[in-house]
Ligand binder design. Sequence first.
Ligand code: NAP
Length: 338
Amino acid sequence: MRDKGIEQVVIIGSGPAAWTAAIYAARARLDPLVFEGQPSREMVPGGQLMFTTEVENYPGFRDGVDGQTLMLEMRAQAERFETRIVTEDIVEVETGARPFVLRSSAGDELRANAVIVATGARANWLGLENEQRLAQTGGGVSACAVCDGALPAFRDRVLAVVGGGDSAMEEAIYLTKFAREVVLIHRRDQFRASPILAERALANEKIRVAWNTVVTEVIGDDFITGIRLADTETGQERELEVGGLFVAIGHTPNTAFLEGQLDLGEDGYLITPTPWRTQTSVEGIFAAGDVMDSYYRQAVTAAGTGCMAALEAERWLAHDSDAAPATSIPAEPVAGEV
Ligand code: NAP
């Protein structure tokens, strides 16, 4: 195991919160080190926005911006201020130690005076046996339409999307580019999605809604061939032939690696005890973005809390920690900092 010395600030994550924190920390001369995460089937560095086609509500882009472009721009902006980036996960944080001890997925151990956790959240699954098997083997079950929807196997097929939130609407609309028909399956008789997205989905001629319906079984050996559905009111079951299933039923915060080290809410989100502060239950460890926000969960709010976390880390390092940095850092933003 290599010892990498003591870092001023380690930022864990690579969504809008992480990159904003990195930009602020780098400009404050804290020489941040970002662990942007390892790519996996469910998540890639850059986080959930890597799976979003058009972002129309991030200020500054009058005509909208592609999610991947936005994330790559944020990453490049952080690099411009010499942020160092490691494409690995942090798998363990010892919050009782000073400096904090962190371990990476590559087996590296490092120490840090301050940590910003911005690991975001990941997609939830229905929990059906064949769902998991086919999702893992590329058998036509996915939690990300934007990642997988354009695959040839889904062309001109009937595709099912489960969920009634904004993600389900976006995924269904996106899939109409390739599918013959998209069946949106929702367990209630009303969408949770914002009116603008719900209206857009309902107005799309290729989208049909199965209200009050749940998926009880995923059918198919090597590739999905159908799903079994149950009506939540009558209990009546039926089979629907589909060529793909896209699950869009919300997310779980990526905090498992922090259990027992930081206070988590019942839903797993990181607790930041003081209103309008990003400090967690442990001084010197800050949280930003979807990992601490189950309410707003927007790119722009994530970026905002990333900024807050970096400013708090900067002030904490300068004034409150035992490990005051070599260079003195002003408590207030420096001239020109916005
Ligand atoms: P969400 O808002 O939590 O919606 C999850 C949906 O899945 C709900 O309709 C829920 O049904 C359903 N669901 C949950 N568990 C289920 C289960 N076991 N079986 C069947 N259905 C289940 O999640 P989201 O759509 O991923 O959105 C998350 C956040 O991101 C929201 O704040 C959203 O506004 C935001 N977002 C914004 C945009 C955008 O602005 N362009 C795009 C995507 C996401 P119930 O309604 O019955 O609970």
